[in-house]
Design a protein around this ligand. Structure first.
Ligand code: DX5
Ligand code: ZN
Length: 212
């Protein structure tokens, strides 16, 4: 079963309850929360995401993506009953294994996100510690960017080395690239603009998952 995770980075934060309700009513599996600290990437979204409000409105589990320099200092804030995954970046500062263990010790699945210019083989040393890899298919920092084509090969390479790891792909994902991602081994598709801007989220999810 391929999962879908909807990024709310560019949703209408003035009408957050309505936006989250749209997702609640959809067949998406997860809500993807993009946390940026203004250092790891230039945008800062720390104040934008009110975990109290999100927890109140959401019926879906959270897939938290930390684009921050020092993940260990941020993890605590996102440990919530609805949090299923917290992912940190392999390029971030500090002790990666320690942060991953902190996530796992709270009974939350641990993910490692990797930027387009970082070698897939750099992940291998952490594979036993993690449940999921997020392969970035854009340079992190903002939504609505163009999908980078060599992501297909990167997904394939990681899938070859690990049969059971969850592989999520994040950035510019739509029905134009979903089929190829899934056939190369992706198990979760993160989508922001394609799903949130579509007329009917469920029709668009169906389109992304057709033939899979
Ligand atoms: C990029 C974020 C992504 C992105 C997804 O830094 O991690 O989650 O917002 O949005 P789309 O699907 O619009 O690229
Ligand atoms: Zn993301």
């Amino acid at each position: 079963m391929i999962k879908t995770s909807i990024s709310i980075l560019d949703c209408d934060f003035n009408n957050l309850e309505r936006e989250i309700n749209k997702i609640n009513l959809s067949n998406a599996d997860l809500i993807h929360i993009d946390i940026m600290d203004g250092f790891f990437v230039s945008n800062n979204t720390i104040e934008k995401f009110d975990m109290g409000k999100l927890s109140k409105y959401s019926k879906k589990k959270f897939d938290v993506h930390l684009m921050v320099d020092n993940p260990e200092d941020h993890i605590e804030k996102y440990i919530k009953p609805l949090t299923e995954y917290i992912s940190i970046h392999i390029e971030s500062k500090g002790d990666i294994s320690k942060s991953l263990n902190k996530i796992k010790n709270n009974n939350i699945k641990a993910g490692l996100a990797i930027n387009p210019n970082t070698k897939i083989s750099d992940l291998y040393q952490y594979i036993k510690l993690i449940d999921m890899v997020i392969i970035m298919s854009v340079y992190p920092g903002k939504g609505g960017q163009k999908f980078i084509e060599n992501t297909f090969d990167r997904v394939k390479m990681l899938r070859k080395s690990s049969n059971n790891i969850e592989i999520s792909v994040d950035g510019g994902v739509s029905s134009l690239n979903s089929y190829n991602l899934i056939s190369n081994g992706a198990s979760t598709l993160v989508s922001g603009s394609f799903l949130m801007k579509s007329e009917n989220i469920n029709d668009s999810i169906k389109n992304m998952l057709k033939d899979s």
